[in-house]
Design a protein. Structure first.
Length: 517
C-alpha cells in the first residue's frame, strides 16, 4: 500500500518511469536470466523509445520474484517467461502450442508452473532450487492423488486464488508499468502501422507520379509527332493548293481555248452553211433560169400538194386536231409572241393560227404558194427558211413549225436550221417538226418517193437526237395519221398483228421539243 500510494503521488511521466526501471534493472542484475527474455512475445520490433521500454520491462520481469510477473502478462507472455526463467531457453513451437492450448482449457497457471519446475529439464537447468520445487510437489500430489479425487477442486481453488492475486498484482507498480508498456506498445504499433501505410501510400504515389511522368512524356512525344505530322500536312496542303491553282489556271485556259474554238467552229459552220445554201440556190437558179420554167414547177407542186395532201378543209381540220390546242395552252403560260411556219406552202396553218388570234408568219420557196397565201392576207414571204431565221432576233418566237420540210433538206442545212430554231425560240417555246414515218413499210418503200424533191427518209430517233443535240428537251414523239381500218388484215395471230403494225401504222411522225426555261 505504501508503494502504491507513493506511485500515485508521483507524476506519471513515462520518461521518469523508464529511468527508474532502468536503475532498478541495473541494481538487481541476475546473470542467470538472459537479457533477451521477451516480456511480450507479440511485440513487433519498432524504432524509437518503445524498444528501450521493452528491454527495461524484460529485465524487470526476469529479476522479479513470486507469481506477480506470471499473473500480469498474457498467455503467450506467460509461456515465454516460464521457459526463460525455469528452463533457461526460448519456447519451442510444439511446447508453446501445447501450453497455450492448456491455458485455453482454463488450466491454472500455477499448475503449469509446477509441471515446468518439476520437469527433468528444470532440475538440470537449476539443480539447487529444491526449495522452489517443494510447494509444487505438494500441489502435484493434490492434483494427482487417485484416492482423494481432488483435481477439480484444487484447480478451481487455484483459479480463484490466481484471479485475486492477478487483480492485486495489476495494482502494483509492476502492473501499472506493464499496462503503461502495453498502452505504449499499442500506440507504437498504431504509429508504426500508420507510418507503414504512409510509406506504402507514398510509394504508391511516387509510382503513380512516375507513371504520370512517363505518360506525360509519351503524350508530349505524341503531341510532338502530331505537330510534325500537322506541319507536314500543312506543307502538303500548301503544295496541293498551288497545284490546284495551277490546274485551275490551266482549266481556265482550256475553257477559254474551247470557247474560242467553238466560236471559230460556229463561224466556220455558218460560213460553210451559207456557202452551201448559196450554192444550192445558185444551182436551182441555173437549172431554172427561165421564168416560165419556174412557174411550171410551182404549178406542178401546187397540183401535187392538192392531189396527195387532200383538200384544204381536210388539212386544216387535221392541223387543228393535232397541234392547235397545244399552242393555245403554251400561249396561256408564256404570253403572246410570233408563231413561225417554215415551208408554209399555201398558208393553211398560218390561216388557222390567225383565226385563233396568233401572230403568224411563214416562209417558202414556192412562189405560186406564197402568192396564194398573200392573196388571203397572210404574212408569208418568198425566201429561204435558213436565211430568214438568221435575220430574226434571239428568244423572239413562241413556236416554230415545219410540216414535211425536213425530209427535203440536205443534212448540213437541216443541222443549221435546227440550231437557228433553238436560238430564235423564247425560253419555254416549242419546236414542232412533222415528217413522213419510214417505220411504216409502205411509206419507207413507196409513198415517200412520190415527191421528187424528197432528200432522204428521217427516223424518229435520228430527228429526236438532232433537236436534243441543240439543247432542246423532248416533249413528245408521236406517230400520226395511220391507214384506215379497212386497210388492215384480219388479226388471227401474232404475225398478222405485227404485219398490220408495220404496214398500217402512222404514215407521219412528229417530234415536239421545248427550249429550256
Amino acid at each position: 500500500p505504501h508503494k502504491n500510494k507513493t506511485m500515485s503521488d508521483e507524476p506519471q511521466d513515462l520518461n521518469t518511469l523508464l529511468t527508474r526501471l532502468r536503475k532498478a534493472s541495473v541494481e538487481h542484475d541476475d546473470p542467470r536470466t538472459p537479457m533477451d527474455v521477451p516480456a511480450r512475445a507479440w511485440t513487433a520490433p519498432v524504432d524509437g523509445p518503445a524498444d528501450e521500454l521493452q528491454a527495461t520491462l524484460i529485465a524487470g520481469v526476469g529479476r522479479s520474484g513470486g507469481l506477480t510477473p506470471y499473473l500480469v502478462v498474457d498467455d503467450k507472455g506467460f509461456v515465454v517467461l516460464g521457459y526463460q526463467n525455469l528452463l533457461g531457453r526460448a519456447p519451442d513451437p510444439e511446447g508453446q502450442a501445447f501450453l497455450l492450448e492448456r491455458l485455453r482449457l482454463r488450466t491454472p497457471r500455477t499448475e503449469l508452473l509446477g509441471e515446468m519446475v518439476l520437469s527433468a529439464e528444470a532440475r538440470q537447468h537449476d539443480p539447487g532450487a529444491w526449495l522452489k520445487r517443494l510447494p509444487y510437489r505438494f500441489l502435484h500430489l493434490a492434483l494427482h492423488l487417485p484416492l482423494l479425487r481432488t483435481e477439480r477442486l484444487v484447480r478451481a481453488v487455484l483459479r480463484r486464488i490466481e484471479q485475486r492475486l492477478a487483480r492485486s498484482a495489476n495494482r502494483t507498480a509492476f502492473g501499472i508499468a506493464w499496462r503503461l508498456a502495453r498502452a505504449q506498445d499499442a500506440h507504437s504499433r498504431q504509429l508504426h502501422s500508420q507510418l507503414t501505410n504512409i510509406k506504402a501510400a507514398q510509394a504508391d504515389l511516387e509510382r503513380e507520379q512516375a507513371g504520370q511522368r512517363e505518360a506525360q512524356a509519351g503524350l508530349n512525344a505524341e503531341q510532338a509527332g502530331l505537330r510534325e505530322a500537322q506541319a507536314t500536312l500543312n506543307q502538303e496542303q500548301a503544295g496541293l493548293r498551288k497545284t490546284q491553282a495551277g490546274l485551275n489556271d490551266e482549266q481556265a485556259g482550256l475553257r477559254q481555248a474551247q470557247a474560242d474554238l467553238k466560236a471559230a467552229q460556229a463561224v466556220l459552220n455558218k460560213r460553210l452553211t451559207d456557202q452551201f445554201v448559196s450554192l444550192q440556190l445558185a444551182t436551182v437558179q441555173r437549172l431554172a433560169l427561165a421564168p416560165e420554167d419556174r412557174a411550171a414547177v410551182a404549178d406542178f407542186f401546187a397540183a401535187f400538194e392538192t392531189h396527195f395532201r387532200g383538200p384544204v378543209t381536210e388539212l386544216r381540220d387535221q392541223l387543228e386536231r393535232d397541234y392547235l390546242g397545244r399552242l393555245i395552252g403554251l400561249r396561256e403560260v408564256l404570253g403572246d409572241a410570233p408563231c413561225l411556219d417554215l415551208g408554209c406552202g399555201r398558208g393553211v396553218w398560218l390561216e388557222l393560227l390567225r383565226d385563233h388570234g396568233f401572230v403568224a408568219q411563214g416562209v417558202d420557196l414556192n412562189a405560186r404558194a406564197i402568192a396564194e397565201a398573200q392573196d388571203q392576207g397572210l404574212n408569208a414571204q418568198f425566201n429561204d427558211a435558213l436565211q430568214w431565221l438568221r435575220g430574226l432576233p434571239d428568244d423572239s418566237a413562241l413556236a416554230i413549225t415545219a410540216f414535211h420540210l425536213m425530209e427535203h433538206l440536205p443534212f448540213s442545212v437541216r443541222l443549221a436550221l435546227v440550231a437557228e430554231c433553238a436560238r430564235v425560240l423564247r425560253p419555254g417555246g416549242l419546236l414542232i417538226l412533222e415528217t413522213p414515218n419510214p417505220e411504216n413499210i409502205w411509206v419507207g418503200t413507196h409513198t415517200f418517193y412520190h415527191d421528187p424533191t424528197h432528200s432522204q427518209p428521217l427516223t424518229p430517233d435520228s430527228l429526236e437526237f438532232l433537236v436534243n443535240y441543240h439543247g432542246l428537251a423532248t416533249v413528245e414523239v408521236a406517230r400520226l395519221h395511220p391507214y384506215p381500218e379497212s386497210a388492215r388484215l384480219p388479226e388471227i395471230d401474232a404475225v398478222t398483228s405485227r404485219l398490220n403494225n408495220m404496214t398500217c401504222a402512222g404514215q407521219d411522225f412528229v417530234v415536239i421539243a421545248q427550249k429550256p426555261r
